[in-house]
Ligand binder design. Sequence first.
Ligand code: KG4
Ligand code: ZN
Length: 320
Amino acid sequence: MILGIETSCDETAAAVITPDGHILASVVASQDALHAQYGGVVPEVASRRHLELVTPVIREALGDAGVTLDDVSKIAVTQGPGLIGALLVGLAAAKAIAWSRRLPLVPVDHLEGHVASLYLLPTALEPPFLCLLASGGHTLLLDVHGHTEQRVLGTTLDDAAGEAFDKGARLLGLGYPGGREIDRLAREGDPAAYDFPVARVPGLDFSFSGLKTALLYATRDLAPEELAARRADLAASYQRAIVRALVGRVQEAVRQTGAATIAVVGGVAANSELRDSLPGAALAPLPLCTDNAAMIASAGRFAAPVPYPGYLGLDAYASR
Ligand code: KG4
Ligand code: ZN
């Protein structure tokens, strides 16, 4: 069995998978409620919470899977990118367990982890494919040509797609994290009510900062009751613009690369309009879109393990 551990942002997660990619257990302890009062993740608060949660979450995953550490043959853990203090908690926990059991440790890149959410059963997609990775921290178009080989075709020049959702939600007075809230509210609104811009940047890159500013202009002069009356229309139109930007780039990338298979991963892949807009695409299953440890364990099937005790010197990294 592979034990996966993920603590890069505000989810403390542990999972157990089989060597062929069956999920036996996937536990995600979300810190959403803790950070909601601040309107976003507070790194130091996240680190402290990870410290409290990491051991119980690992225990729960092993218990759910019906296994013990005796059944674990390697430990996969997110090394970066992410919040450095948060990453260090998971990495230290993984090192300690691996060291005490003389097990190998597989350091996993969080973004490769998102892609590896597709390699788990029952999806079990095989490269090559074109992958849109849209999360709170990243928006990438990837040419995935091997389990551990990927080329970046495009990235965001400013905000990530999930960040655009979160900042938009804040302007609309919705809760944190905002993507899910906008998704829910957009169902009650008219996506054609506002004509929000889709940025035209060269190549296959993305830009969302102009869109966010357009929403700011549309909302800042509204009285509270006007905002309440227009909120669903604003959410629907704003979501439509983000989805159009993402889908447009995917289609352009398909034209340029001739890719036969499209896949979508990351927190924003949970968005219902985005999922409906890419019929035929391989979509990460909903529970595996947002951060989880099953995807990290999945990446751990393919990435090179570091043998005992060399991994004790590994450090976390905040950015790629
Ligand atoms: O992958 P993820 O859990 O964390 C990062 O690696 O960043 O992605 C979190 C992001 C947040 O920005 C959140 O608002 C967004 O995913 N998100 C959504 C939805 N569910 C989560 N965005 C749009 N629609 C959703 N249903
Ligand atoms: Zn993520």
